[in-house]
Design a protein around this ligand. Structure first.
Ligand code: BTN
Length: 247
């Protein structure tokens, strides 16, 4: 295999040279009752992004989905996604990349001083459960690792481009270890997220289900919602897509 995943992870690891989507595989495993499994692939041929977008996932990346069954309510599930972005940004920083986070969970590398960036990694969380209880959660993490930036969309960057190739085995191990720590300490996610945030202090346009909002991103709440200061006062946005505007 292209990556030897004989790693000492806090979960079991299933490795694929090539797969449709690691998130689809995690869903399949969830249906069999499995838990605490990371599905990792060298290449995905049907990678999926947020908002039904396709996600380019050529050979050389870190394409991973972590299936767990945390004892939490669905309202707290966004914290898992934030945890994944924090763990990913930290692992990338250790690899020498100036990785930051764009709300809610894009890992980006700043370009210049105006809040512009290129995307290094994205997170796609999927789950099943009832109102009061999460049945399972699959956190999909896609990191543009050892890939030529020219092979990805223009808005993307890669670890290779920013800092040279990483040891993917160590990178994944590091990622899974840090995620395991947040499982027992979900409260520490938000302060860690704030430290890495590129979005705070930016002028933003947020697309949310109820419409568009423009203002200054001033904070995130304990549950990970973005606080936007507008001419009419502060608004809190639990979920949506955010764009940094020129100041
Ligand atoms: C985004 O739109 O920013 C989220 C991208 C998530 C991509 C990862 S790669 C591993 C996992 N499997 C998928 O099909 N998608 C996620």
């Amino acid at each position: 295999p292209a990556i030897e995943y004989e790693l000492e992870a806090p979960v079991s690891v299933e490795y694929h040279d090539s797969i449709g989507s690691t998130n689809d595989r995690a869903r399949e495993l969830a249906a069999t009752g499995a838990t605490d499994v990371a599905v990792v692939a060298d290449e995905q041929v049907g990678g999926r992004g947020r908002l039904e977008r396709a996600w380019s996932a050529p050979s050389g990346g870190v394409w991973l989905s972590l299936l767990t069954r945390p004892k939490i309510t669905p309202a707290r599930a966004p914290l898992y996604t934030l945890a994944a972005s924090v763990a990913t940004a930290r692992a990338a920083r250790e690899a020498g990349v100036d990785a930051r986070i764009k709300w809610p969970n894009d890992v980006v590398v700043p370009v210049g001083e105006d809040g512009e960036y290129r995307k290094l990694a994205g997170i796609l969380t999927e789950m099943e459960g009832e109102m009061d209880r999460v049945e399972w959660i699959a956190v999909g993490i896609g990191v543009n690792a050892n890939i030529d930036a020219a092979d990805l969309p223009e808005t993307a960057t890669t670890i290779r481009e920013e800092a040279g190739d990483v040891d993917r085995r160590r990178f994944v191990q590091r990622l899974l270890e840090e995620l395991a720590e947040y499982r027992t300490d979900l409260e520490s996610v938000v302060p860690a997220w704030r430290e890495l945030a590129l979005t705070l202090g930016q002028r933003v346009r947020v697309e949310r289900p109820s419409g568009e909002l423009v203002g200054d991103a001033v904070d995130i709440t304990d549950s990970g919602a973005l606080v936007v200061e507008t001419a009419d006062g502060n608004e809190t946005v639990a979920a949506g897509d955010c764009e940094h505007l020129r100041p």
